[in-house]
Ligand binder design. Structure first.
Ligand code: DGL
Length: 254
């Protein structure tokens, strides 16, 4: 049975899921959130699907021991690799995954040129091909961004982000109506990405994931109107990583 003490857990391979947590906190300020980033094992995106699945299931098991009413997988990579297995493992828990915001792109820009920037796992998994098949009119460019997750994890400067992204995005300047940020780390590089692609609208799935979580909790009558807390945890035994999470959350809630 669920009690007031149950957390909404939010999981990512590292600090990226904070971009989803901020939307969750905005929408449900009275809830108790438990954020876990697996920075010791990040990046997930260049691992095998089996490795990502095993790491995600292991993290979920640890989170479950702390008492959960919902688990939000704030990582496109982990969702692509493990959402089915998570739902099978915890059939009574509300499990919400994030996926690239393709539907938003298709609804707003039907028949337009859309880029999807995501990790190698997300780009090659069947989940994305199935999603893409639903929007045949869309002209899609798949854009891997090697090294970007590492820079965001390390709290890199705007200059460092620009040095990596400029050559990567140059071929797409003026070519895309929308760019879907299909990795939860990428919104933190959003201002740099936006400056390199003027005229392209950036979309991400954070808000949609938060809305879906709210809908599921409401449906299950599990919403709380408490004082609201956020507990931050990380697999890296380094206080710096928790400070970075805190700073990313606080800055993005301003
Ligand atoms: N933040 C994760 C995502 O949304 C992946 C980052 C990683 O490669 O670890 O895909």
């Amino acid at each position: 049975m669920n009690t007031r003490e149950d957390y909404i857990a939010v999981f990512d391979s590292g600090v990226g899921g904070i971009s989803v947590l901020r939307e969750l906190v905005r929408l449900m300020p009275g809830e108790r959130f438990l954020y876990f980033g697996d920075s010791a094992n990040a990046p997930y995106g260049s691992r095998t699907t089996e490795e990502v699945r095993a790491l995600t299931l292991r993290a979920a098991e640890k989170l479950m021991q702390q008492g959960l009413k919902a688990l939000v997988i704030a990582c496109n990579t982990a969702t692509a690799a493990a959402i089915r297995q998570l739902r099978e493992a915890y059939p009574r828990l509300i499990v919400v995954g994030i996926e690239p915001a393709l539907k938003m792109a298709a609804d707003r820009y039907p028949g337009c040129r859309v880029g999807i920037m995501a990790t190698p796992v997300t780009l090659r998994e069947e989940k994305l091909s199935r999603q893409l098949a639903r929007f045949p009119g869309m002209q899609v460019s798949l854009i891997p961004a090697p090294g970007l997750v590492e820079l965001v994890e390390a709290g890199a400067s705007r200059e460092a982000l620009e040095a990596l992204l400029r050559p990567l995005l140059a071929p797409f300047a003026g070519q895309l109506d929308a760019l879907v940020l299909g990795c939860t780390h990428y919104p933190f590089a959003g201002p740099v990405i936006g400056s390199l692609l003027p005229g392209t609208v950036l979309l991400d799935g954070g808000e949609g994931t938060a809305r879906e979580t709210l809908r599921r909790l409401r449906e299950a009558e599990l919403l709380e109107e408490g004082t609201g807390t956020v507990l931050l945890q990380n697999s890296l035994p380094d206080p710096e990583i928790l400070n970075r999470c805190k700073a990313l959350l606080e800055n993005s809630l301003l």
